[in-house]
Design a protein around this ligand. Structure first.
Ligand code: 5AD
Ligand code: SF4
Length: 454
């Protein structure tokens, strides 16, 4: 008898990848995925702890799931509730105290134990918790994800972080940096390609710190791994995220120059443009180091577009510090970026720092920064008008015969094309920029269709 599994995913792309792997691990135990929570026998919330808002959302969702379970029980049915991800890791047992109706609390390193935990829950009076960092690797134990839904897939190559930025929970929730062996990554990539994927995004909390064992017994860098992946038949596009400026090694920069499949887009968070704050954040580089790195990257790959994360209102941030951030943004010119108000996280050094910034000032600075970043994003889109590029068809558009595609620079591109299919790569000319996307017309040059050249 099949049971229905509903997974709700919060936070980063790593969680999206993990959710797929959990579904893969539960499938042999009779669970089939559903996208209707009302039908579920098992609900998994895959949570994020990065900011307070993200973590609190989990508890409000848990309240709703509990009501659903009450209804189920009233009609003689049941519902199992599991919490996974970084809130599970950070809070562990404490989650059961706050929400005793939870059945399973499982940390990101223990997902391969999920089926066994669910079985154990049937024999215990209260919820089961596992937030260990086991010796065995979950990657060796977890079966592959189920068939990917589109032409684009994530592949985790590295997990954890040793950088200890003073604001960040990741070193605590995801543990120390660990890289998967290159052979395992290449095998997973081949399997994705066989399933029709043509774009792979390599994931890691600190992906460019990748140091995995190569098939030659040597330690491979991310640049080396990308070169090996580029030799796989059918892999048209390679991306990677998220990178730390300190780990941007020559071999990776030259991969941007030499590997045509490596997309000209780099998410390279800088967080702040003030040297004093970068130091207080323990980022291990200054604003000038970052700007010089951007110059080197653009020298290697002139059409490289950049994206970043920013934090405003970090403890001690003065107006001058904030102005330095705006100046850095002006110098780099980002294609897109994410920006957040500083959110004190339990257990991190910054949460204990004096001189916390007032909420009103954080809000003011965030608005000013977002206005500048938004203007840069629009100007980047405007500059695309009239250019010719190859886009990847990702899904059907809203209008009949229309498709939504993705540019090399991650822009959404709308175009008309009756005969195009999801997974096709085609050449287009950009004809206009809308608030959140581009419009394009299909050029008559050859379209590469999934699995065969046309
Ligand atoms: N408060 C606000 N933003 C944070 N980030 C990480 N920790 C915090 C925090 N405590 C942001 C950083 C990081 C992104 C994933 O989230 O900008 O790059
Ligand atoms: Fe959130 Fe970080 Fe965990 Fe991803 S790794 S889910 S961003 S806390």
């Amino acid at each position: 008898m099949t049971k229905k599994l509903f997974i709700k995913t919060y936070g980063c792309q790593m969680n999206v990848y993990d959710s797929e792997r959990m579904a893969g691990a539960l499938a042999p135990h009779g669970y089939a995925a559903t996208d209707r929570i009302e039908d579920a026998d098992l609900v998994v919330l895959n949570t994020c702890h990065i900011r307070e808002k993200a973590a609190e959302k989990v508890y409000s969702e848990l309240g709703r799931v509990r009501l659903l379970r009450d209804q189920r029980r009233a009609s003689g049915d049941d519902l199992t509730i599991a919490v996974a991800g970084c809130v599970a890791q950070a809070e562990g047992e404490a989650m059961l105290e706050r929400a005793p109706f939870i059945d399973v609390v499982v940390g990101p390193q223990a997902y391969h134990r999920l089926p066994e935990m669910l079985a154990r829950r049937g024999r215990t009076a209260r919820g089961v918790v596992d937030t260990d960092f086991p010796l065995e690797s979950k990657f060796d134990e977890l079966p592959a994800a189920l068939t990917p839904v589109g032409p684009s897939a994530f592949l985790t190559v590295q997990e954890g972080c040793d950088k200890f930025c003073t604001f960040c929970v990741v070193p605590y929730t995801r543990g120390a940096e660990a890289s998967r062996p290159a052979a395992a990554i290449l095998a997973e990539a081949r399997q994705l390609l066989a399933q029709g994927v043509c774009e792979i995004t390599l994931l890691g909390q600190n992906v460019n710190a990748y140091r995995g064992e190569g098939p030659d017994g040597r330690s491979w860098s991310l640049g080396r791994l990308i070169r090996a992946l580029a030799e796989l038949d059918g892999l048209a596009r390679i991306r990677y995220t998220t990178s730390h400026p300190r780990d941007m090694e020559d071999e990776l920069i030259t991969a941007h120059r030499d590997v045509p499949q490596l997309m000209p887009f780099l998410h390279l968070p800088v967080q702040s443009g003030s040297d004093a704050l970068l130091q207080a954040m323990n980022r291990k580089h200054g604003a000038d180091d970052y700007l010089r790195l951007v110059d080197r990257l653009r020298a290697a790959k002139p059409d490289l577009a950049l994206s970043s994360d920013f934090i405003v209102g970090f403890p001690g941030e003065t107006d001058e510090d904030f102005q330095a951030t705006l100046r850095l943004v002006e110098q780099v010119h980002y294609a897109q970026a994410f920006s957040f108000k500083y959110s004190p996280r339990p257990g991190t050094p910054a949460s204990l720092m004096k001189k916390q910034v007032r909420e009103a000032i954080k809000a003011e600075r965030l608005a000013a920064l977002q206005e500048l970043l938004e203007a840069q994003r629009r100007s980047f889109d405007q500059q695309s008008i009239g250019t010719v590029m190859e886009v990847l068809i990702e899904r059907d558009g809203r209008d009949v015969g229309h498709k939504a595609a993705r540019s090399p620079w991650l822009q959404i591109v709308h175009l008309a094309g009756e005969n195009l299919r999801v997974g096709d790569l085609c050449r287009v000319e950009i004809t206009g920029a809308n608030p959140r996307s581009l419009s394009a017309r299909l050029l008559p040059s050859p379209t590469v269709q999934r699995g065969r050249a046309a």
